[in-house]
Design a protein around this ligand. Structure first.
Ligand SMILES: NC(=O)c1ccc[n+]([C@@H]2O[C@H](COP(=O)([O-])OP(=O)(O)OC[C@H]3O[C@@H](n4cnc5c(N)ncnc54)[C@H](O)[C@@H]3O)[C@@H](O)[C@H]2O)c1
Length: 415
């Protein structure tokens, strides 16, 4: 059997969801039609470790239309949409993913993807590439290059490059403007709130909403929480970002101070142990904790489990008894938007995954010419994605006149 999913019987529902997503991702259809004609991935295997969602399924089908053989595992034990995984399996894709899979299963599924012998990798968080570089170096000989979807993965890849251990070119798809300016900002902003609401159904208006980390994700989240009537506090370690948060109208303070006043806390830093047990001890009874950063180490869940009793209140919500005070943790501290909700809306993932599709094509076209480092997709490809997306949205914009182009590229004309 070349798949491992929770229930293959869910395939029909999964296909309905994939088709629904596809309708909101017209840019992917355009790319798929072109790939179907040109077959850029003929004879190649693409190995993926991504959240197995309906939008990821659209990416998988796009790459498959381009001639690739696909093997995919989840990049998070709680984010798989089981109906979608079943639909992919039914279509003959090697898919290994179950919502709620154990850590052993998680790593075994990544091994399955590696066993398929990928020529290109697509990662969200760098676990696939890390496994290749640590346990399966021989398999790296086949790899043309890889693509990375998220900030945390890019941080790890840069560390590998600095240590001189990176063995193939890696495209930082996360760094496309059409990825992080849309996905991290608008996507995380909306879907994180969606995840918290589905887990808790609390009223956001009137609450004090603490956003830890004011990067692209944190900015989007603060904007949406404020828009729903919350009073927003930001915690930061970077002076510029802290200043930006103040000028955007938010209060900025250390997490130890925010802990005492917040009602809802969300971590989106890509760093570890941001909210620790010493902070949680000072929180109000009823405080809600959630994480939307890539890994489940931003809130000290291990410490919480060691110190305090918990009970499951409803799906994706645990209540901890902190010396009589009740503290609520969403989705076990894993990405709340993908665990308790469905991740980013399809419209957002359309440009992220257009970037992944075109990055794979770029790797193939430029094989043997790319440096073994973390590279950016050329700006013209990024701009092309934005043009395609605008076109798909039916929006027209202005074009530079010849005179304006000349003016912008010259230096002699002044006041
Ligand atoms: N939930 C999602 O769907 C989703 C989507 C995109 C990215 N991500 C993940 O979210 C995380 C953040 O991504 P980003 O693109 O906003 O990253 P970013 O690097 O732009 O921003 C992170 C911010 O956190 C700050 N920070 C670091 N340590 C801190 C600390 N101890 N206290 C307070 N602030 C601290 C940094 O200074 C930075 O400003 C990453 O793990 C990324 O992979 C999640």
């Amino acid at each position: 059997m070349n798949y491992e999913v929770k229930n293959i019987g869910l395939a029909a529902q999964g296909m309905l969801n994939i088709e629904y997503a596809e309708r909101n991702m017209p840019i992917m259809k355009k790319i798929r039609d072109r790939f179907a004609k040109k077959k850029p991935f003929k004879g190649l295997t693409i190995g993926l470790a991504l959240h197995v969602t309906k939008e990821t399924a659209v990416l998988v089908r796009t790459l498959k239309a381009g001639g690739a053989k696909i093997a995919i595992a989840s990049c998070n034990p709680l984010s798989t949409q089981d109906d979608v995984a079943a639909a992919l399996a039914k279509e003959g894709i090697c898919v290994y993913a179950k919502k709620g899979e154990s850590l052993q299963e998680y790593y075994r599924y990544i091994e399955n993807v590696i066993a398929a012998g990928p020529n290109i990798t697509i990662d969200d968080g760098c676990d696939l590439v890390t496994a290749l570089h640590t346990k399966h170096r021989k398999m790296l000989e086949k790899v043309i290059g890889g693509c990375e979807e998220t900030t945390t993965g890019i941080i790890r890849l840069h560390a590998m490059e600095r240590e001189g251990v990176l063995k193939c070119p890696m495209i930082a798809v996360n760094d496309n403007k059409t990825k992080h300016l849309l996905d991290n900002y608008y996507g995380t902003g909306q879907s994180t709130i969606d995840g918290i609401l589905r887990a808790t159904n609390v009223l956001i208006a009137g609450k004090t909403f603490v956003v830890c980390g004011y990067g692209d994700c944190g900015k989007g989240l603060a904007l949406r929480a404020g828009g729903m009537g919350a009073s927003v506090i930001v915690t930061e370690v970077d002076a510029f970002r802290a200043m930006q948060a103040v000028l955007d109208g938010y209060r900025v303070m250390p997490v130890s101070d925010a802990a005492r006043t917040g009602d809802i806390f969300v971590t989106v830093t890509g760093n570890k142990k941001i909210i620790r047990t010493e902070h949680i001890r000072t929180m109000k009874s009823g405080a809600i904790l959630a994480n939307s950063g890539h890994f489940d180490n931003e809130i000290d869940v291990e410490g919480m489990n060691r110190l305090w009793k918990k009970r499951r209140i409803r799906p994706f919500l645990d209540e901890y008894d902190v010396r009589g005070r009740k503290i609520y943790l969403c989705a076990e501290g894993r990405l709340v938007n993908l665990s308790a909700a469905e991740g980013h809306p399809s419209e957002v993932m359309a440009t992220s995954f257009a970037g992944q599709s075109l990055a794979c094509e770029y790797l193939v076209r430029n094989r043997d010419r790319l440096e073994t480092k973390v590279i950016r997709l050329p700006e013209e490809i990024d701009n092309h994605i934005a043009e395609l997306q605008l076109e798909a949205m039916g929006i027209k914009k202005d074009k530079l006149t010849a005179e304006q182009k000349k003016y912008l590229s010259g230096w002699k004309e002044g006041t």
